[in-house]
Design a protein around this ligand. Structure first.
Ligand SMILES: [Zn+2]
Length: 310
């Protein structure tokens, strides 16, 4: 288990020990933050017939060998279901199955649990169907939602769940835990793909070079636009580069920072305007289909051009 999850484990353990665990939990955190790990531990603890109880040194732990633990580990535990969509969205049918599941009595008499991964991909109809289930909890039943972008979930869903916000360490502390030398003082878990994979790191550097060239001379516009459209990480990279540029502009030190020649001709005001456009565009893209994504990105590139020319 990741070090930064331990505090949450203790808190949840205490709630379980005092019979105060909420019926619905929403675990939010970036990719790689350990959401699934935490949920998996919690579900296993709830199902286990002979858990190792909370003490000063360890949170509650599943025994790993009782009947229910064994069934759970072989994915045949009858009183748990995971909703994991293989499509881009979780539809209303999947959520109806959850309500039907909770209506039935537990087969083994332990807790009944449901895990909904990538809850932010629920359609509006699915989210509305889930609301009803959240409002009418059945005894000893728990529903755990995972999400990596909480702001795209319906506020009515969030307000009915106990929110667990996973905040992994950043900068040197994170790099030390991951045993990584790349990165800078502001590295965080959202940078994991390029921190851990040299090919992605190479693509990131190429993207950064194209973007910086674009900011100064507009020469690489088509190449940059293509990469923005093609790379799944591009929007996150843009935010990372802009944030780094603004930090450098404010005189903050970055151990692998963007050097001053590269950031010439850009001032805080310009960077901030581009950053705001990016925020708006990213939010819209998260909620739109692929076809619209391309349109929004092209519009963003045109907006950046306008900002740079004024
Ligand atoms: Zn057990």
């Amino acid at each position: 288990m990741k070090d930064w999850l331990l505090q949450e484990q203790y808190q949840l353990s205490e709630q379980i020990a005092n019979n105060k665990l909420p019926h619905a939990l929403l675990i939010n955190g970036v990719q790689g933050s350990g959401k699934y790990e935490l949920a998996n531990w919690l579900i296993n603890v709830l199902l286990c017939q002979t858990p190792q109880l909370l003490n000063n040194n360890t949170p509650i732990l599943p025994c790993g060998h009782c009947k229910t633990c064994r069934l759970y580990h072989s994915s045949t535990y009858p009183d748990h279901i995971s909703v994991v969509s293989d499509k881009a969205t979780i539809g209303v049918d999947s959520i109806r199955k959850v309500s039907q599941f909770f209506e039935k009595t537990a087969q083994l008499g332990q807790a009944k649990t449901v895990l909904i991964a990538a809850a932010e991909t629920m359609t509006v109809a699915a989210a509305n169907a889930l609301l009803k289930t959240l409002e009418e909890p059945t005894e000893n039943s728990f529903i755990i939602l995972l999400s990596s972008s909480r702001d795209t979930l319906l506020p009515t869903i969030i307000s009915r769940c106990r929110l667990i916000e996973i905040r992994p360490p950043v900068g040197s502390e994170l790099l030390a835990q991951l045993e990584q030398a790349n990165g800078n003082n502001y590295s965080n878990l959202s940078h994991l793909p390029e921190l851990l994979d040299s090919i992605i790191q190479q693509q990131y550097l190429e993207f950064e070079a194209l973007f910086l060239a674009q900011l100064q001379s507009h020469v690489e516009k088509n190449k940059w636009l293509k990469m923005l459209n093609d790379s799944p990480d591009a929007l996150r990279w843009l935010e990372k580069i802009l944030t780094n540029l603004m930090r450098a502009e404010n005189g903050w030190s970055l151990s692998d920072g963007i050097n001053s020649e590269k950031k010439a001709k850009l001032n805080k005001d310009t960077l901030w305007k581009i950053y705001l456009k990016l925020q708006i565009m990213t939010k819209q893209v998260k909620m739109l289909s692929q076809a619209n994504r391309q349109f929004m990105i092209e519009k963003f590139v045109a907006d950046v051009d306008n900002i740079l020319q004024n």
